[in-house]
Design a protein around this ligand. Structure first.
Ligand code: FAD
Length: 286
């Protein structure tokens, strides 16, 4: 099924994100967690590509295939282009086709210091247009409620985002955020810019302090005082922090659904416990 068709129903889409294991671990090491996560029956699960470093690239396809073909949940494969040639992308697309994966989150990827980007694709919109020309893929794009770190300002960023839609992206998944009002302001900007595709809100529950600090330094999400208080209070109590993090994420999601969000994309961090707790808390609201 194409993901853009899922949005045509009269309810809030609920999806998850997972990541492949590091090259040093066997691919099967995540299968148990994937089974638990898939048993929660989200609308789809997206699988990151090369996030966090070396060598996991082909594993995106393997994990997406496991999710779709063995565990029966629709899958979206992330694909980055900044360090890829056209031939690299062709190889990936063939692999996806052979594995029955026809939903792709088309990304530029981060520019890594000291690594000269390849020249074939400069922006995610170039990749969207290229994939569009290859036939039968449904394409999603990334968006940034608190503005992408390299963008000159929020207006430029949203105008650039529109190019991604014009190039073929049919829905958007947002960067994580902890302040819903930043998301609502962003949605308003997209409407003014004439962007009318569905936008899923990216929600990451805090499961441990280090992980959140790393994510926040990478993506620049602002931390509301209420959230910072939780981190501070339960700093040394991992289970309390996890439970408070789940409660915070659920509160964010309830507010987003009440305000008519198109979808919720939960960054599960491959944690079935957290995914289950949140699914149980919100499934009657979708
Ligand atoms: P783009 O859309 O190309 O935007 C990058 C910058 O260029 C922005 O500042 C934008 O304003 C600007 N820009 C875009 N088009 C133009 C144009 N035509 N002219 C001028 N400026 C332009 N990274 C991974 O490595 N693997 C993953 O699996 C992964 N998954 C992600 C999932 C989500 C939901 C999100 C939000 C991000 C993910 N990322 C992932 C991170 C992403 O690769 C980085 O944020 C990257 O820096 C930007 O990627 P993009 O696709 O948004 O780029």
């Amino acid at each position: 099924m194409k993901i853009s068709d899922i949005f045509n129903k009269d309810r809030t889409v609920f999806s998850f994100e997972v990541f492949p294991p590091k090259r040093t671990s066997p691919i099967e090491s995540v299968y148990g967690k994937l089974e638990e996560i898939c048993a929660l029956k989200p609308d789809f699960i997206s699988v990151t590509y090369g996030a966090g470093g070396s060598g996991e690239k082909n594993r995106t396809c393997e994990i997406a295939s496991k999710i779709k073909n063995d565990l029966g949940v629709e899958a979206v494969a992330h694909l980055t282009c900044v360090n890829s040639t056209r031939e690299d992308i062709d190889r990936n697309l063939e692999q996806f086709k052979d594995s029955n994966i026809n939903n792709i989150l088309a990304l530029r990827g981060d520019i890594v210091e000291g690594v000269e980007p390849k020249k074939d694709f400069v922006y995610a919109s170039d990749l969207c247009a290229y994939i569009k020309g290859k036939g039968d893929f449904d394409i999603a794009g990334a968006c940034y409620p608190e503005v992408h770190g390299e963008a000159e300002n929020e207006v430029e960023d949203v105008l650039n985002l529109r190019k991604k839609i014009e190039a073929g992206a049919e829905h958007l998944i947002s960067q994580l955020f902890f302040d819903n009002s930043a998301f609502y302001r962003f949605v308003e900007r997209t409407k003014i810019a004439g962007i009318n595709v569905p936008i899923e809100a990216g929600i990451m529950p805090v499961t441990n302090k280090k992980q959140i600090e790393r994510m926040v330094s990478m993506c620049g999400a602002s931390l509301p005082a209420k959230f910072a208080k939780i981190m501070q209070k339960y700093d040394t109590k991992p289970e309390a922090l996890r439970d408070a993090g789940i409660a915070y994420a659920v509160e964010q999601i309830v507010d987003l659904i009440a305000n008519g969000v198109d979808g919720i994309h939960l960054y599960t961090m491959n944690n079935p416990y957290v995914a289950r707790k949140i699914t149980e808390a919100i499934s009657n609201l979708l």
